[in-house]
Structures are given as C-alpha cells and as structure tokens.
Write a protein that binds this ligand. Sequence first.
Ligand code: ADP
Ligand code: TZP
Ligand code: MG
Length: 269
Amino acid sequence: MIEMNLGTTLLSLRNQKPLVHNITNFVVMNYTANALLAVGASPVMAHAPEEVEEMVGLAGSLVINIGTLSSTWVEGMEKAMVAACQLGKPVVLDPVGAGATTFRNDTLLRLLAAGTPSIIRGNASEIMALAGQQGQTRGVDSTQFSTEGLESAQMLCRQLGCVVSISGETDVVVGPESVAYISNGNPIMTRITGMGCTASALAGAFAAIAPNAFEAAVAAAAVMGVCGELAYEGAHLPGSFQMSFLDKLSSLSPAELDERVQITIENNG
Ligand SMILES: Nc1ncnc2c1ncn2[C@@H]1O[C@H](COP(=O)(O)OP(=O)(O)O)[C@@H](O)[C@H]1O
Ligand SMILES: Cc1ncsc1CCOP(=O)(O)O
Ligand SMILES: [Mg+2]
C-alpha cells in the first residue's frame, strides 16, 4: 500500500521552489506561469532551439506541451527532450489535441523517439489517440471519459515505462505498480482553457521534487482538484473562477490538501 503524504510534498515544493522549464502553447503560457508561481514553483517559458538545452540544464524539470505547434517549436521540443533525458531531468508531456491532426500525431512520435517522458498527462481522448485507440479528439477537448482511457493509459505505461495521468471527472494516474483515482474538482474546470495545461505544468513542478513520477502526478491531480473545489465555493462563473483558482493555488495549506483530497489507490494488477 503506497503511503502518500501529499501535504508534505506540497510543503517540499514550496520550500524548494523548483525552476520548471516550459515549452508550452501561446494560449496558456501566461496562466500556467502564474499557476506555477502561485503554487510555489518558479516558471521559465523558453522554446528557441538556440537556448533550450542550456535552459533544461538550469531547470529541475521540463514540461513539453504541443498545444500550438510550428516546425521551429518542434525542433526546440526535440532538442529539449534529448537534453533532459541525457541529464536525467524529469519530463512531462502534454499531448494536446493528439489524434486531431497528422502534424500533432507525427510530432508526438518524433518526441517519443527522442526520449521517454516521466509523465504523460492528457485528457482521455488524447491518451486514447496516443495509444492508437479510436478516440475521438475534437480540437483539444475530450469527448471521452477518463475511465474509458484506462486501458490505453496502462498500455502506454507498459510500453513506454512512464506514468500516465488522464484528467476528467475522476483523474486516473497509472504507474508501474499502482493506479490512483482522484475524484476532486468541478465541471466548470472544463469551461476554462488551460486547466489541463495547468495540471501538466504542476506535474512538472512536483516531478522536480517528489520521490517519484507517480507521486508527482498524483500530487498535481490532487492539488488541481482540491483547488478547483475551493475556488468554486466562491466563484461560480468562468472569469472569476480562473482568478480564484490562482488564489487557491497560493493559499492551499498542506493540511487542507490532505483533508479534502478524495483518493483511492489500487495495485496495477
Ligand atoms: N467533470 C469534471 N469534474 C471535475 N473536475 C473535472 C471534470 N473534468 C475535468 N476536470 C478537471 O479539470 C482539469 C482539466 O481537465 P481536462 O478538461 O480533462 O483537461 P484538458 O483541459 O487537457 O482537456 C483537471 O484538473 C480535471 O481533473
Ligand atoms: C484552445 C487551445 N488550442 C491550442 S492549445 C489550447 C489550450 C488547451 O488547454 P487545455 O488542454 O488545458 O484545455
Ligand atoms: Mg489539455
């Protein structure tokens, strides 16, 4: 049975304030940088092929998010992936819109050929598409449920040897030995762009300081869900919610996280 002290992990993040190198999309760049600052990490957004290797060397982890792609960006992502894997830095990959276009699918194959991420975090459609299942990705939003993606996530976890985190009503985190189900959060989170990307950015922050990738992915999902619930208590509309969510990332206490998280962990038999 895995004992997880999520509150302690949050405290460790705030004490260590890891530098998180993000190569992420134009849509969420500002919000995810603010989310990382709010939770206690230190973000840097850098995508130029000319500098990503040096930046990876300075960072505690790398987050690659394929939300808005161009050939130059893909070149930078590939160089960063190679450098991070050579340096043993944890990498989180968010396969935004996987299955929607050939360019995205080819980019994911190219990145996975360049190195193995520690964590893949996506919605169910993206995870199923990445696993070659007939998921229906429409744009970047999921049309599947997270539990539908479980088989795909287990296959990817076995094949790639990485943790796979599927977001949804219940977040499902698949590791080599265990599967965690985190059922916090609020449906309003699907109506604000960048919530999934924020989950991936937080996974990057925790991956830099947690004992292993599974605990990092679980901690990120737990913080997302608990802060989503806390934010919704005072903000029921998308605009005020997204601001309140940032506030909760900053004010969340370790005790609150441990008290409110709804989590079950099973053996990955
Ligand atoms: N129906 C829901 N109820 C509660 N939380 C949800 C729900 N759907 C998504 N979430 C939460 O919203 C965040 C974004 O998830 P999702 O929308 O699946 O990702 P993406 O934005 O990449 O498609 C995650 O933290 C997830 O746990
Ligand atoms: C709308 C959109 N288009 C390309 S990236 C992006 C943001 C996706 O963010 P998330 O996956 O967190 O919803
Ligand atoms: Mg997403």
